[in-house]
Ligand binder design. Structure first.
Ligand SMILES: Nc1ncnc2c1ncn2[C@@H]1O[C@H](COP(=O)(O)OP(=O)(O)OP(=O)(O)O)[C@@H](O)[C@H]1O
Ligand SMILES: [Mg+2]
Length: 302
């Protein structure tokens, strides 16, 4: 398979053997913090990202089409064998022309949106009422677009600016779909006592149709908070990456490469967090996902 791209987390290959030239997207076990990729990997993280995205794409299939051709591919579908180490974290997807607008939905005030609110009283340019505290629940979930700026960093923009760049209709459609998917996510996360504070979607176009691509409502693209410990005004415990943040905060590291060496306890505790967030949300274990992936791989059934 021809390697075409590697981001911080995913590696993308071309399935040349197949006519429509779909892509094989492989979620690695890499983990990053402050935009720096750590040297060590987190066991099963790639499987959790893959399983969760597949779970959400299925749960939202009545809202929007998605890019998945096969979430559990085997050699009959791939047209060739793949590295056995990819099983459970590689999916076959339709190649989309990506919409270069990151579709963030925020239900709570955190991260860069909180910083903007503190400085200007706005969130992605929209004026909000006074007196909101860190982690406050927003009156309504907000569609908050962002784009990559010339330095390659995400830049929050207003809906008006998004319309100027991408056109009114496309932005309306992206906003409508993003809010619907977020609400579905919030409802299902509540079953596992998790608050979906915010999340980011990526859409693409396949055969002139908008489809949901990339990863969906995973710990890497979302802020998941423990609903039982949620307190307005207090920086909530980030379910998944907290052990990494705590460890990095305890060091005198200037947040630029090279990354510090991570102790195995930190990696194990991170792996536990990823597995447990998957279990709490889907009610299933990542081990059962991996077992099913192996069975499907060996079945050779299309
Ligand atoms: N169906 C698809 N067709 C084409 N490209 C896709 C599709 N789904 C996702 N992508 C792209 O594949 C890439 C996935 O890689 P990854 O998430 O690791 O990197 P990234 O988001 O570009 O960068 P980083 O996460 O390092 O900031 C993204 O660029 C994403 O936009
Ligand atoms: Mg990405």
């Amino acid at each position: 398979m021809k390697h075409v791209y590697s981001g911080k987390v995913r590696d993308v290959y071309e399935l040349d053997a197949l006519q429509s030239a779909p892509l094989l997207m492989v979620a690695s076990n890499r983990v990053s913090a402050f935009d720096v990729i750590m040297s060590e990997t987190v066991p099963d993280k790639g499987a959790v990202l893959t399983a969760m995205s597949a779970y959400w794409m299925d749960k939202c299939a009545d809202i929007v089409d998605n890019h998945l051709v096969s979430a559990l591919p085997n050699p009959s579908i791939l047209g060739e064998e793949m590295d056995p180490d990819f099983i459970g974290r590689a999916v076959v997807v339709k190649r989309a022309k990506m919409v270069e607008l990151e579709c963030i939905v925020r239900g709570y005030l955190a991260g860069s949106a909180y910083k903007e609110y503190l400085a200007y009283g706005t969130v992605h340019g929209a004026v909000l009422g006074k007196g909101l505290r860190l982690a406050a629940k927003l009156p309504e979930p907000m569609f908050c677009p962002s784009i990559k700026n010339h330095l390659g960093h995400d830049e929050n923009i207003s809906i008006a600016r998004a319309r100027e760049i991408f056109g009114y209709e496309l932005v309306e459609e992206l906003s409508k779909l993003s809010l619907m998917i977020y609400k579905r996510g919030q409802e299902l996360c509540a079953n596992g006592s998790i608050l979906l504070a915010d999340t980011k979607f990526e859409f693409g176009v396949v055969d002139d149709q908008l489809v949901l691509c990339d990863e969906v409502m995973t710990p890497d693209s979302s802020r998941f908070w423990d609903a039982e410990r949620y307190v307005d005004g207090v920086e909530p415990i980030q379910f998944d990456k907290q052990p990494l943040r705590d460890y990095l905060d305890s060091l005198e590291w200037d947040k630029t490469p090279p990354p510090p060496k991570l102790p195995s306890e930190v990696l194990a505790s991170l792996a536990d967090r990823y597995r447990s967030v998957y279990r709490r949300i889907t009610g299933d274990s990542v081990d059962s996902w991996l077992a099913e992936a192996l069975e499907r791989y060996n079945s050779r059934v299309i």
